[in-house]
Design a protein around this ligand. Structure first.
Ligand code: ADP
Ligand code: MG
Length: 241
């Protein structure tokens, strides 16, 4: 226990919540599949970053997590690896079927950036990632969605538009069991809370949820606790570099 506290303080990791798992020190402790380890090696990611050390074991354990760490600290991979493992444990989507995991962000640029960051991992296990955002590529996005995919990375408004069929009914989120709000502070600062609430009202209550943010405003932990408590235990994590 003391050693864990010491390890955390060395890496400037702070936590709150019940039974927060011990942070990992190296990649080998995660027992990842070979394709993922190969990508990590190819990318020359020698060790997990501080946020990855603490968030990875929690998310791989199925917990809901609110994670805060500065920009450039490797937050994408901290949720992408657990998300990809979660998705890969289930059968692939059939044509017309919706995704298993959802990543919500506030801009199209961020959608594209995240897709690039996780592309090699997804390809290594043949997981299909579709980006959904407003603009010129809408037709292409729709046809990719119709073919079936396992992960959707999207902006909230465009996701709702894409999923709303003519009678106003929203379809195709029934398989979603892993949800990420990345740059969560920005999502709410930009006024997307109504769309987020709509999306969560459709999602299965037992979905796993994680929120990643560069800042840790009070309203964010309040929102996290509301969204977490809909389906699962309340978990909270704060880690700062
Ligand atoms: P954040 O979302 O926290 O701003 P990103 O996930 O975009 O950070 O990662 C920032 C950069 O760090 C990316 O180029 C990413 O490939 C790289 N990176 C991620 N994890 C590691 C790691 N364990 N070791 C070295 N570099 C990493
Ligand atoms: Mg990021």
């Amino acid at each position: 226990k003391c050693e864990v506290d010491e390890f955390r303080s060395t890496h400037q990791i702070r936590v709150a919540g019940n039974d927060v798992l011990t942070p990992i020190q190296n990649w080998d402790q995660l027992g990842l599949i070979t394709p993922f380890m190969n990508v990590i090696k190819a990318k020359r990611f020698k060790n997990p970053t501080a946020i990855q050390m603490q968030a990875l074991p929690l998310l791989l354990h199925g917990r809901d997590v609110l994670a805060c760490a500065e920009t450039g600290s490797g937050k994408t991979l901290a949720y992408a690896i657990p998300m990809l493992r979660h998705v890969s444990a289930q059968r692939r989507s059939l044509p017309g079927e919706g995704p298993i995991a959802l990543v919500l962000v506030h801009t199209r640029e961020l959608v594209i950036q995240i897709a690039q960051e996780i592309q090699d991992f997804a390809e290594s296990i043949k997981i299909r990632v579709v980006c959904v955002f407003g603009g010129s590529e809408v037709k292409f996005q729709m046809s990719s969605l119709k073919r079936g995919c396992e992960i959707v990375i999207c902006t909230p408004g465009r996701l709702l538009q894409t999923l709303t069929v003519s009678n106003g009914k929203i379809t195709n989120l029934n398989r979603v069991s892993f949800v990420v709000l990345d740059e969560a502070d920005r999502i709410f600062d930009e006024g997307f809370e109504p769309q987020i609430q709509t999306i969560f009202s459709i999602l299965r209550p037992d979905r796993q949820l994680c929120m990643f943010s560069a800042t840790f405003p009070k309203y964010l932990s309040k929102l996290a606790n509301e969204l977490f408590s809909r389906g699962r235990d309340k978990d909270e994590l704060a880690a700062e570099k």
